[in-house]
Design a protein. Structure first.
Length: 210
């Protein structure tokens, strides 16, 4: 019963988020469909994600390779999965092979991972993979992402040297205070890809340590 209630609550929260996103887009003079809301479902159980799916949402984000590989086969194939965590080269093959409906990697932050993804897409016979170049705009060492001074060159590298990748823009990683900015403000400031996690799903649930 708890999972049913959680799924219903998440579905209701999703509808509220999407409504606010549409209103923010309208205030900014943008088309409602110009903003993608990525429902960040890390640590959330499959039944809760299914509740949000059943409410009509199709775009979900996960941070961890193995968690996404485990969840994806248990959910409908028309979900558009976005990988939003730091991706190590040695885990890239498992991700691409294990999640056929992976739609985008939002965390390309150097040429090495771009080249690795490009080769894997070709080797696995996948359709071109959409990617975002992740930029660390806060300057914090704890955050992943290319330095702003190098983002143009990395974007050029993806576009010119990675034919199996589709450069789809930048994912900027700001300071904590800015990361907690309401989604509608981000949209009004020009964001087209907005991640929303706890507002939809509630607080993250991590396994208890013994």
């Amino acid at each position: 019963m708890a999972s049913v209630a959680a799924a219903e609550g998440a579905a209701a929260a999703l509808r509220s988020v999407l409504s606010r996103a549409q209103q923010a887009a309208a205030r900014a003079g943008r088309a409602p469909g110009s903003v993608r809301v990525v429902a960040v479902s890390k640590t959330k159980p499959v039944p809760v994600i299914r509740g949000v799916y059943d409410a009509g949402h199709r775009c979900f984000g996960e941070n961890y390779v193995q968690e996404l590989i485990d969840k994806a086969p248990q959910l409908p194939e028309d979900i558009e999965w976005h990988f939003i965590g730091n991706l190590q080269s040695n885990k890239a093959k498992a991700l691409l092979a294990g999640v056929p409906n992976l739609d985008m990697v939002e965390s390309v932050d150097d040429e090495k991972i771009a080249n690795r993804l490009d080769r894997l897409v070709a080797d696995l016979g996948r359709k071109p993979l959409k990617v975002l170049v992740q930029v660390n705009t806060s300057g914090e060492e704890s955050k992943f992402g290319v330095d702003p001074s190098g983002c143009v060159e990395l974007a050029k590298h993806v576009k010119l040297n990675c034919p199996n990748l589709v450069f789809s823009g930048l994912m900027t990683i700001g300071m904590l205070d800015y990361s907690s900015t309401p989604e509608n403000f981000k949209i009004e400031m020009g964001s087209t890809n907005v991640r929303v996690g706890s507002t939809i799903f509630g607080a993250r649930e991590y396994p208890k340590k013994n």
